[in-house]
Design a protein around this ligand. Structure first.
Ligand code: SF4
Length: 300
């Protein structure tokens, strides 16, 4: 008896029956996905350029609207949410080190502290904040907002968490990138000067965590990286300690304040803010729609 059957014409070509449906669903899900909190998001402040915002309004008269993402990008976001969920609810919760508010799935129950170990399914509520900025008009659109990945209590010490998954090629460059950060003197311009992804990750995620630490009043933090393609040759996780620096928070507030001054009550004829790029050739400038106006001095 042979286990090899005679050729049977089984259709194996399945491409096109699922992937387009997933991407189509994600695309149509845009309006039903929960809206992001109104305001300036901590995660976007590192390479946020107030000069870009001011010049775009002056030259293109753009009305700020809802940010749109492609289906592929939305899928990447969802994959990141799953990773965070596993880390928060599947690992740190069970270790008993993640503190904050917990919601019991499909119930109204909500408790504060470490995750209850009662056999139920609990989900972590990421600690969120809203900070209003002196020198900006009233309104939530001028607030600095965000949600931290978690607050940990490790050996009695409170630690803010920022967790990221990243490609192996970036992962390997992170230790050097974090080491080099001690040379940064100007966080305002750091977003425009980075030219390598691992530098951008290290600086950007540190900037983001610094906002969380300042907004939530925590002195210590850790940026945790999980490689997307784990290998035997690399450490399974990487962590980088961060000490709260009020100066980084001041930079974030300054950027928002400069936009408010440029906005000037709605006509965008206020002072054009300083930019974050050193040259028109840097990565950030090449993605900027007003790079030519910015560097030509055409600020009319
Ligand atoms: S080129 Fe750079 S500095 Fe100039 S407006 Fe754009 S992002 Fe800002």
């Amino acid at each position: 008896m042979s286990w090899v059957s005679d050729a049977i014409d089984v259709p194996r070509e399945t491409s096109g029956i699922l992937v387009p449906k997933i991407l189509g669903f994600l695309g149509s899900d845009r309006d039903s996905s929960p809206p992001r909190a109104t305001g300036y998001h901590a995660s976007a402040m590192f390479d946020f350029c107030p000069r870009e915002t001011a010049l775009v309004h002056r030259h293109f008269k753009v009305v700020p609207g809802k940010e749109e993402f492609s289906s592929t990008t939305l899928f990447t976001f969802k994959r990141g949410s799953v990773t965070h969920g596993i880390l928060q609810n599947g690992v740190l919760a069970k270790m008993g080190v993640l503190v904050g508010w917990w919601c019991k799935l499909n119930t109204e129950e909500r408790v504060e502290g470490v995750c209850p170990q009662d056999g139920g399914v609990w989900e972590y509520e990421e600690p969120s904040f809203r900070v209003s900025i002196d020198g900006t008009p009233d309104g939530p659109q001028w607030d600095l907002v965000g949600a931290c990945d978690g607050i940990l209590v490790l050996d009695g010490q409170t630690v803010g968490l920022e967790a990221k998954s990243c490609k192996t090629s970036i992962y390997r460059g992170l230790p050097k990138a974090f080491e080099d950060m001690r040379l940064i003197r100007d966080w305002y311009a750091a977003g425009g000067g980075s030219s390598k992804w691992h530098d951008k990750y290290a600086r950007g995620h540190t900037f983001q965590l610094q906002i969380y630490l300042n907004a939530l009043g925590i002195e210590d933090g850790v940026v945790l990286y999980l490689p997307k393609e784990p290998t035997q040759d690399d450490p399974p996780l990487l962590e980088f300690a961060v000490k709260r620096d009020p100066g980084v928070m001041d930079v974030a507030k300054k950027k928002i304040r400069l936009v408010a001054e440029a906005e000037n009550g709605g006509d965008w004829r206020g002072p054009v803010p300083e930019g974050i790029c050193r040259t028109p050739g840097c990565l950030r400038a090449q993605k900027c729609p007003v790079v030519n106006q910015c560097f030509s001095g055409d600020l009319a």
